[in-house]
Ligand binder design. Sequence first.
Ligand SMILES: Cc1cc2nc3c(=O)[nH]c(=O)nc-3n(C[C@H](O)[C@H](O)[C@H](O)COP(=O)(O)OP(=O)(O)OC[C@H]3O[C@@H](n4cnc5c(N)ncnc54)[C@H](O)[C@@H]3O)c2cc1C
Length: 158
Amino acid sequence: MRFVADLYRHPAMREVALDPFPSSYSERIRDLGRVCLKNQVMTSILAALLDGPAALRRLLIRNVVTEGAAVDDLMADDELLDGFVREKVHGLWHASGSCRMGAAEDPAAVVDAEGRVHGVAGLRVVDASVMPRITRANTNIPTIMIAEKISDAMLASA
Ligand SMILES: Cc1cc2nc3c(=O)[nH]c(=O)nc-3n(C[C@H](O)[C@H](O)[C@H](O)COP(=O)(O)OP(=O)(O)OC[C@H]3O[C@@H](n4cnc5c(N)ncnc54)[C@H](O)[C@@H]3O)c2cc1C
């Protein structure tokens, strides 16, 4: 949290990211994510207002979007920050690494660098599960990249 908050304080970031706020996943956000006419209307109105004048956007972010403290409040109060992290950190649907890639002698590795399952002939695993460690970014494009790379290797060796 502190590292990212510092990044947003950098002048280069300030030029392109106007109003960072701490986000979290809550019952309210889950309800708002349901596909229905009511949510479509509500989110369309909110989106239009958020694209409006900066003062209005700030007011909405502070009072409607953010369900709690602002970034500056969290950075200024260790207890508040601790509470936020404990309460709000959650998984983000990027399961990976359950069948990790690694050397044959690594007891935690399941596949080699081309997705071949160690000790099993003719079987490959090529998906997000082969990522050797938990990624620091979203997994969709890296999964596609893994597939492209290994399919190229398979075609080259065919
Ligand atoms: C809600 C959500 C939001 C996400 N948002 C993002 C995002 O914004 N950006 C991003 O980069 N990543 C995002 N991800 C992560 C990304 O979607 C996954 O990392 C990626 O799709 C993983 O690819 P995969 O091929 O490993 O698995 P999957 O895409 O899950 O593919 C597995 C496939 O196997 C099929 N399957 C399962 N069992 C069988 C069976 N027995 N027989 C035959 N087929 C079977 C399934 O139907 C599925 O098609 C999100 C994931 C979720 C769940």
